[in-house]
Design a protein around this ligand. Structure first.
Ligand code: HEC
Ligand code: HEC
Length: 252
């Protein structure tokens, strides 16, 4: 199986090392352009805030600040507002303050506090897996969807960024089929079943999708496979007998 992505480990480690070095410490000492955070934010708080922003969104210091990857942080121009993502992040900071201080404040002191990571889960565009795959399909068709699924799984499996449970992926396939995108549903289920031929939800949803599209033989094959895996299932048994009846009726 794909391992928790060397990429993310390297990423997190490099942020921790970069912002913890004594020289880099000075960059947080005298901020000159804080518009949302309190102007007198101390260096430790500012450093921790930036670290958690970067880890929460999966973005690098250089995504939001003027500076090059690999360049020493002391050479960055952190006060500059030239990068679009920094401005977006300010809107987000205000939004998060508003959520915590206005809306959630009424739930008392020990309530859960919303942070960047609450929505972002380590990715800059906080989409759910189904939204990501639908977007990939709208850009590159079923093959685009497959490529994106494989890429995302390789990069994020085992992290909190996307939900790769079979059940979830099967439901994504079902919703593609319901949107009239049969070929997208099929490619996703095929890819998942290739990885895990014993997926009960994969075969079950495949059966449902095929049945709805009128391909009863294919539906029957998938429900039978699901039954092999879970022989006691009432709902699978019921579907099989319904389809067998329907097929018998047709052949009369
Ligand atoms: C998602 C965008 C984003 C990322 C990633 C990010 N920052 Fe920031 N940073 C901001 C924003 C927005 C502000 C300004 C906050 C405000 O206006 O109150 C800021 C302000 C700062 C400041 C104060 C600059 C000044 O003079 O006013 C420093 C220093 C800083 N960031 C360092 C870092 C470092 C180091 C990293 C990487 C670990 C980092 N930031 C990652 C968005 C980001
Ligand atoms: C309530 C959920 C939520 C929280 C909390 C949240 N964000 Fe966002 N953020 C979003 C959504 C949704 C988008 C995507 C907007 C879009 O489609 O352009 C987004 C987009 C962004 C982007 C632009 C990404 C891009 O590639 O265009 C940045 C940067 C960002 N957020 C930073 C932050 C930071 C920093 C925090 C914490 C201070 C934060 N967000 C907290 C929901 C959230």
């Amino acid at each position: 199986m794909c391992f928790p992505h060397r990429f993310i480990l390297t990423f997190v480690t490099s942020i921790l090392l970069a912002v913890s070095s004594p020289v880099a410490g000075q960059i947080f000492d005298e901020p000159s352009n804080l518009q949302v955070l309190p102007k007198n934010t101390d260096a430790t708080t500012l450093r921790n805030t930036m670290k958690s922003i970067a880890m929460g969104t999966g973005l690098r210091c250089s995504s939001c600040h003027v500076g090059e990857e690999g360049q020493n942080l002391t050479e960055y121009d952190f006060a500059s507002d030239d990068k679009a993502l920094k401005k977006k992040a300010r809107v987000m900071l205000k939004m998060v303050n508003e959520i915590n201080q206005t809306h959630l404040a009424q739930y008392g002191e020990d309530r859960v506090k919303v942070q960047c990571i609450t929505c972002h889960r380590g990715v800059s565009k906080p989409r759910q897996i189904g939204e990501e795959l639908a977007l990939a399909a709208s850009e590159g068709g079923p093959q685009g969807l497959k490529t994106r699924y494989v890429e995302l799984k390789e990069k994020y499996y085992g992290s909190h960024s996307y939900d790769f449970r079979e059940f979830t992926i099967s439901e994504v396939a079902r919703s593609r089929a319901q949107a009239g995108r049969m070929d997208e549903a099929t490619v996703l289920l095929d890819t998942m079943l290739e990885e895990n031929p014993q997926s009960i939800s994969g075969h079950f949803i495949y059966g449902e999708v095929k049945r709805n599209s009128g391909d009863l033989q294919a539906a029957l094959a998938h429900f039978k496979k699901a039954l092999e895996i879970r022989p006691e299932s009432v709902s699978i048994n019921r579907r099989i007998s319904e389809i067998e009846k329907e097929l018998a009726g047709k052949s009369e």
